[in-house]
Write a protein that binds this ligand. Structure first.
Ligand code: UN1
Length: 510
C-alpha cells in the first residue's frame, strides 16, 4: 500500500524496536486489520519476552546518556521531530484512519495533537523550574530541583493510537527520561510508523535508546513491563478494570503510576441553553470517533422544559450523519474498532430494550463488511446500572431534570469522573457548576462539549478515571524526581526547629 511504503512500513514489520534497530526475533505474528473493510493491512512480528529484556536494557543505557543532555538541547530534538510530523501529517493521518477507523479529519487532528504536544514540550524544555525556598536558618539556602526519573513505560489504547503516546513521550523526553511504548495490539502500525519517524530524527542527532517500542498482545510480556522495577513510572490509558490491576502491580513495587481510565461524561442542558451551540457539540461528543473517546458524551441531562425541542433537533441531526468509509471526506462516522466492540454495543442495546429505556434513534448493527453500527439515542427514565457503566460505543442516554442542583447531582452520580459540560446562559448556573458544589470531574466545560480538549491543560479525571493528569500544565512533574537541597554556607551548624544538640566538650580541651 502506498501510504505504508511512504511511511517506511512494509507488509511484514517488526514490532520490537530498541534504540536504532529492530529487535524482534521472529516472535508471534499479529495481523493489523482495517476496521472499515475487515481486510488485512499488514503483519507484525511481535516482540517476545526476550526482545522486551533487550529493549529495556537499551532504554536503560539510553537513559544514562540522555539524562546528561541539557534539557533545552533535548527540546531541540523534539522540535526537529515536530518538523517531521508536520511533513508527514497527511500520511500519518491517513494511517490512523485506515487502522483505527477514525474519519480522516480526526486522524489528521490526532497528528496535529502530537505536533502541538511537541511544540509545548520544546517550550517547556526551558522551563523545568525549581523553587528557592527561604530557609529558617541563617546563611542557609534551600531549593527544590528536578531530575530525570528513568525509562518510562507508556501503555496506550487503540482510540488515540499516536497522540496519547506523544502526550507522555515528548514530555518524558524533555525531562530526560527514555520511553518504552506498548501500544494497543489493535493499532500496531500507527505506533511503528511514529517510532520510525522519531528515531530517524534521533539517529541523525546521535541519541540512541530514547524511544523504544514493544508490540505484543502477550499478557506475560505486558505484565513484565508493568512489574519492571527498572521503569519508575508506568503511564496507562485504558479501562478502569485493567487500570486497577496496573495500579496494584505498580504499587506493589512502590513505583509511580499515571492512569487515564474510563469516562462517563455528561452534558447538562439547562432552560436557558443556546441549542445552536449545544446540538453540534453533543453530536460531535457522542458520535465523533464513533463514541470511542474516553471523553465521548454518553449522557445528556436536559431540563424538562427543553426536552421535546432538543430531542426533535437531535433526531433530525442523527438522521443526517453519513456513516461509512472513514477516508471519504463526506463521512462523519466510521466503524467501531472490532467485533468485540460491536458485541458490547449490541449487549447494551439488548439491556435497554429489557428496561424502561426507550430507543429514540438507531440501535442497529449495520451490514458488513466493517464494524459499523448506528449512532443511538435513548431516553432513560432513571440513571440505571447500564447508564453508569462506560460502553465504548455511540450510545447517548438522555435524562431529564427540574433544578440545576438535581442536574449536577445526576452528573456526578457515576463512578467515573473525566469530563463534563454545561450549556447555559445563566451566570449562577455556570458558577455553581464550576464551584466546589459543581462538577466533580477533571474537566469541566461551559458552552462547549465534553471531548476535544486542548493539549495545554492538564488532562485526566477523578474517581475511577484514575486521578492521573497528562499533556499540558505542570504534569511534567510526574516524569521527574524532586530533590530538596539545603546548603549551609555559615560557620555554625544550627538545627531546624531550634533543637539544641551541643556535644559535651572533650575533657582536657581548652
Ligand atoms: C482519549 O480518548 O483517551 O479530549 C483521549 C479529547 C482528546 C483526547 C481524548 N483530545 O477528546
Amino acid at each position: 500500500m502506498d501510504v505504508l511504503s511512504k511511511l517506511g512500513l512494509g507488509m511484514t514489520n517488526s514490532g520490537g524496536f530498541g534504540g536504532f534497530s529492530w529487535q524482534s526475533s521472529g516472535g508471534e505474528i499479529l495481523t493489523s486489520k482495517n476496521p472499515a473493510t475487515e481486510k488485512e493491512i499488514a503483519v507484525i512480528e511481535m516482540a517476545s519476552r526476550n526482545d522486551y529484556e533487550e529493549i529495556t536494557k537499551i532504554a536503560h543505557q539510553g537513559f544514562l546518556k540522555w539524562r546528561e543532555v541539557p534539557a533545552p538541547v533535548r527540546g531541540e530534538c523534539i522540535r526537529l521531530i515536530a518538523q517531521e510530523l508536520r511533513a508527514h501529517k497527511d500520511l500519518l493521518g491517513t494511517l490512523v484512519s485506515i487502522e483505527s477507523g477514525k474519519i480522516k479529519p480526526e486522524g489528521d487532528g490526532e497528528v496535529q495533537e502530537m505536533i502541538d504536544m511537541a511544540d509545548f514540550a520544546v517550550g517547556l524544555s526551558r522551563m523545568l523550574y525549581g523553587k528557592i525556598i527561604p530557609s529558617e536558618r541563617k546563611h542557609h539556602r534551600m531549593l527544590e530541583q528536578w531530575h530525570p526519573l528513568g525509562p518510562v513505560g507508556v501503555i496506550t489504547a487503540f482510540n488515540f493510537p499516536m497522540a496519547v503516546w506523544a502526550w507522555n513521550a515528548f514530555i518524558a523526553a524533555i525531562c530526560g527520561d527514555t520511553v518504552i511504548w506498548k501500544p494497543s495490539h489493535k493499532v500496531p502500525l500507527c505506533a511503528i510508523a511514529v517510532q520510525l519517524l522519531c528515531n530517524k530524527v534521533m539517529k541523525s542527532l546521535g541519541h540512541d535508546g530514547v524511544f523504544s517500542l514493544v508490540v505484543t498482545h502477550d499478557t506475560a510480556t505486558a505484565e513484565a513491563l508493568v512489574a519492571d522495577e527498572r521503569l519508575p513510572l508506568i503511564s496507562f490509558t485504558g479501562s478502569t478494570r485493567v487500570g486497577r490491576n496496573i495500579a496494584g502491580m505498580v504499587s506493589q513495587r512502590l513505583g509511580r503510576y499515571l492512569l487515564e481510565l474510563s469516562g462517563n461524561n455528561a452534558v447538562i442542558i439547562d432552560e436557558t441553553a443556546d441549542l445552536d451551540l449545544a446540538i453540534p457539540a453533543v453530536v460531535f461528543g457522542a458520535v465523533g470517533t464513533a463514541g470511542q473517546r474516553c471523553t465521548s458524551t454518553r449522557r445528556l441531562i436536559v431540563h424538562r422544559s427543553r426536552y421535546d425541542q432538543l430531542v426533535t433537533q437531535l433526531v433530525a441531526a442523527y438522521k443526517q450523519i453519513p456513516i461509512g468509509n472513514p477516508l471519504d471526506p463526506h463521512i462523519l462516522m466510521g466503524p467501531l474498532i472490532d467485533d468485540l466492540a460491536v458485541q458490547a454495543y449490541q449487549r447494551a442495546i439488548e439491556e435497554i430494550k429489557g428496561t424502561s429505556g426507550e430507543i429514540l434513534f438507531g440501535g442497529s448493527v449495520l451490514d458488513g463488511p466493517g464494524h459499523f453500527v448506528e449512532p443511538t439515542l435513548v431516553y432513560a427514565q432513571e440513571q440505571s446500572e447500564l447508564i453508569r457503566r462506560e460502553t465504548f460505543a455511540p450510545i447517548l442516554y438522555i435524562l431529564t431534570f427540574d433544578s440545576i442542583e438535581e442536574a449536577i447531582s445526576l452528573q456526578n452520580d457515576v463512578k467515573q469522573g473525566l469530563s463534563s459540560a454545561l450549556f447555559t446562559q445563566n451566570l449562577r448556573h455556570e458558577e455553581l457548576f464550576l464551584s466546589v458544589l459543581g462538577s466533580d470531574c477533571g474537566l469541566a466545560n461551559v458552552n462547549m462539549g465534553t471531548s476535544g480538549a486542548e493539549i495545554g491543560g492538564a488532562f485526566g479525571g477523578e474517581k475511577e478515571t484514575g486521578g492521573g493528569r497528562e499533556a499540558g500544565s505542570d504534569v511534567w512533574k510526574y516524569y521527574m524526581r524532586r530533590q530538596t537541597c539545603t546548603i549551609n554556607w555559615s560557620n555554625e551548624l544550627p538545627l531546624a526547629q531550634g533543637i539544641n544538640f551541643t556535644l559535651p566538650k572533650k575533657e582536657g580541651a581548652m
